[in-house]
Design a protein around this ligand. Structure first.
Ligand code: SAM
Length: 270
């Protein structure tokens, strides 16, 4: 934990900052609020079921804790986190005492919550289970592109039930494109008229605020070229370099050209 600093987020909950990556684990506007708005609330439409949850990039477990707080009936939660020392301290961070107690006892002796302390790229291939709800909460793609590659998202989508919901905060174009290529319907998670996250599902009915046609068309521009990690073992540097090279040699339309065309078309139709 030497590389991690602790701070108070705006809603009073604890947030973490990773000095090595120069990256926060939780949004400064509120770690607890973020978990609820971006991960729990969009999936609450499944609350009538007894759900199986996959929490990718568990960290100190806000998404799991918030799910335990809000879902009536949870069959299982599988949590994946590469930083075992951090995750094992997750119950020490201020939250509802009862929930921290549940986490502690499941960390000591797994009952309905299981922990996988390894690279998600290794674990995802050996999990033989499908989930109603998948949380995907990796660091930003420019810091850890390996957590957002087309290949990893394709693997993750294989673990989503047909009537399941995938939730992430990440609404960058390469990630949307990877979800689209995996055959998922995509919707925006909106708070105060602002997109703060994404949901995806194989069931169109479960998607609130679906992407508009032009937002799907944008996925065919250079800006949405995905991160590639063919065998799920490339380094961050190679993934970023490969994407740069693909963008440089791509004949796809640029985003600015696409936008100026849309403006022209609108003028004509007016
Ligand atoms: C944005 S933080 C997640 C915050 C977390 N959901 C919480 O509530 O505290 C990203 C997490 O991804 C973990 N991580 C980074 N690379 C990983 C990998 N390859 N496999 C699994 N977890 C990884 C980090 O250790 C970090 O805890």
């Amino acid at each position: 934990m030497n590389n991690i600093e602790i701070y108070k987020t705006a809603d009073g909950s604890i947030g973490l900052y990773n000095k090595d990556l120069d990256e926060v684990y939780h949004s400064k506007y509120g770690a607890k609020t973020e978990a609820f708005e971006k991960f729990i609330k969009p999936a609450l439409c499944l609350d009538s079921k007894c759900v199986d949850i996959l929490d990718i990039c568990y960290g100190i477990g806000y998404n799991t804790k918030c799910a335990l707080e809000h879902f009536k009936s949870i069959k299982s939660i599988d949590c994946i986190e590469i930083d075992e020392n951090l995750a094992k301290k997750s119950y020490e961070f201020e939250y509802n005492d009862k929930i921290n107690e549940i986490l502690k006892s499941n960390l000591d002796k797994p009952d309905f919550i299981n922990f996988y302390f390894r690279d998600v790229r290794k674990i995802i291939k050996i999990l033989n289970k499908k989930y109603d709800i998948i949380f995907h909460d990796g660091f930003a793609p420019h810091k850890q592109p390996e957590l957002w590659s087309e290949e990893l998202i394709a693997e993750i989508s294989k673990h989503l039930k047909n009537n399941g919901i995938y939730c992430t905060y990440n609404h960058s174009k390469p990630v949307l494109n990877a979800l689209f290529k995996a055959g998922l319907y995509i919707g925006k998670t909106v708070e105060n008229n602002k997109t703060i996250g994404i949901t995806a599902s194989f069931n169109k009915e479960l998607i609130k605020n679906p992407l508009a046609d032009f937002e799907i068309e944008i996925l065919s521009t250079k800006s949405a070229i995905t991160y590639k990690d063919k065998n799920l073992c490339s380094t961050k540097e190679n993934i970023l370099k490969q994407r740069e090279e693909e963008i440089a040699s791509s004949k796809l339309e640029t985003l600015s050209h696409f936008k100026s065309n849309i403006k022209k078309c609108n003028k004509i139709s007016i």
